[in-house]
Design a protein. Structure first.
Lengths: 258, 260
């Protein structure tokens, strides 16, 4: 197996007007491993993820996917790179105008040109994989509960059996039991596929369950990274405050400073 | 307090930047029309939504406008004993100006707003980002079908609107104003020239392009949740209205400016 990291970021910066969101992000995710980025709202988690996907163009720095620099790709090359990815969005981002099975099969039909009948078969299989019965396939996304929408989003993310899967706040808005169900499904699906995953969350229960390694982002920089088992003994005050959800600590100091 | 000159300058620069962004979006969209894949099924769906569903509102607008126009021209013409000009003026006014302009404005009100709301919602719920991650170009999938559908459908709608508008004038002229039906139709046909019909269709196609462009541009670039979508919808309709009226003036001057 190649030792080239599946995703490698170095010195990535991104600003929106005067607001500097990323201030030099360095990350490396080995092939087949699961990295979870934790951090508060507005610290640059989603922007990091969107920069890797090419939805946002970084101002500086390097992003390599499977050893290929992706910040300067043409549209055609980017499309090829994107075919390696699956993504579960925070709000699932299901297409309202399509029934559930077409949402799941979308990447297969539009991205890979698969026949509808074949794609539907795979879509129904993926729906079964995430615990949904085939009759759900004919429903509209608006008829589903939040938890079911997340499951459909997960089925869509794994439908094309991608090498890399991104999870954007996979348990946000779910009750604790449904959140745990989604976490279990993520772990099982990722193990089935042997995929490399990058997740962003501020749900520590989710992070502990789905991660091999955890990184914490703060003010646009990765301030700590380590195995998930070491997060409780990180020795980093910012990490300690975040994982214990304390109102007072260095993060508050930063917020309150003039 | 801000310097008034600075405010004017800022507004001017922001306007230029917006025109630049819109022009870039339009250029990208047009380039994508000739860059496969073209989603014909989606284009046909849009043609149905834009064309068939707009028929009642466009038809009624044309019918009432044609009828009111005939009444007004009759009243005005009777002051000079020129009641016989009613069919000729009605057909020219409807085909050259009122059919395409009123049809375009009515469709803009219906369609630009709907497009902006739909694409705006897709933007704020990350559905457009999801398209990209599923190896599907959102411009090809969302914008090109709408542009193609509007450019093809508007001329057909305006053609129907022109016929219904003339019919509205005919009904009022013959049933209320006492004009002879046979001579009304004969004068209508004599007055109508090929250039009138061609300019009407060209205007409609251009208006269709602007309607879809404004709906797509404002929806695609909307930001900030429900409020952002609402703002995009309003901006789409207002900008489509302005561009339709401006384009109408330019085309009218180009096509008919040399006629005495």
């Amino acid at each position: 197996m190649s030792t080239t990291p599946m995703i490698e970021m170095s010195g990535v910066t991104k600003a929106f007007g005067a607001k500097q969101v990323l201030r030099g992000v360095d990350l490396s995710i080995p092939r087949g491993k699961s990295l979870v980025i934790i951090g508060g709202s507005g610290t640059g988690k989603s922007v990091t993820l969107k920069c890797i996907l090419g939805l946002l163009k970084p101002d500086a720095g390097s992003i390599k996917v499977d050893g290929v620099e992706v910040t300067k790709l043409s549209a055609r090359q980017r499309k090829k790179t994107l075919s390696m990815f699956g993504m579960l969005f925070q709000g699932a981002a299901l297409f309202d105008s399509l029934p559930v099975w077409k949402n799941v099969a979308f990447g297969l039909i539009q991205g890979r040109g698969m026949k509808q009948t074949d794609a539907k078969e795979i879509a129904l299989e993926k729906l079964r994989r995430v615990g949904l019965t085939p009759d759900v396939g004919d429903l509209s996304p608006s008829e589903l509960s939040g938890g079911m929408q997340k499951r459909v989003g997960l089925a869509r993310a794994i439908a094309s059996e991608p090498d890399i899967i991104f999870f954007d706040e996979p348990t946000t808005g779910l009750d604790p039991i449904m959140a745990d169900v989604i976490n279990d499904l993520i772990v099982e699906c990722v193990q089935d596929l042997g995929a490399t995953t990058l997740s962003i969350t501020h749900d520590m229960a989710s992070a502990r369950k789905i991660a091999d390694r955890i990184a914490m982002i703060y003010e646009g920089r990765i301030i700590w990274e380590g195995d998930k088992d070491t997060i409780d003994i990180s020795g980093n005050d910012y990490v300690d405050q975040f994982i214990h959800g304390r109102a007072h600590g260095p993060i508050e100091m930063q917020i309150l400073k003039p | 307090m801000s310097n008034p000159l600075a405010i004017i300058g800022r507004v001017f620069l922001n306007s230029l930047a917006e025109i630049g962004r819109l022009s870039q979006f339009a250029a990208v969209a047009v380039i994508h029309i000739v860059r496969p894949p073209i989603y014909w099924r989606l284009a046909l769906q849009q043609m149905w939504l834009i064309g068939y569903n707009s028929l009642p509102v466009v038809g009624l607008t044309a019918l009432f406008t044609g009828a009111a126009l005939a009444q007004q021209i009759f009243v005005g013409g009777s002051r000079f004993n020129a009641e016989s000009v009613v069919p000729g003026v009605v057909v020219i006014a409807i085909v050259r100006e009122l059919g395409p302009v009123l049809g375009g404005l009515m469709v803009a009100g219906r369609v630009s707003s709907a497009m902006a709301a739909e694409l705006g919602t897709m933007r704020v719920t990350e559905q457009i980002d999801a398209l990209t991650t599923l190896s599907t170009d959102p411009i090809n999938y969302l914008v090109v079908p709408r542009l193609l559908a509007a450019v093809v459908t508007l001329p057909l709608l305006v053609l129907v609107a022109n016929i219904i508008g003339v019919l509205g004038g005919f009904v009022i002229g013959t049933e209320r104003l006492g004009l002879n039906a046979g001579s009304y139709l004969q004068v209508t046909i004599e007055f109508l020239e090929n250039a009138d019909v061609v300019s009407s269709m060209v205007k409609a196609a251009v208006f269709g392009f602007f309607i879809a462009l404004m709906g797509s541009y404002h929806g695609y670039n909307s930001r900030g949740g429900a409020q952002g979508v609402g703002k995009a919808t309003t901006n789409a309709v207002v900008s489509a209205f302005i561009l339709i009226l401006l384009a109408n003036l330019i085309i009218t001057v180009i096509v008919f400016g040399d006629q005495a």
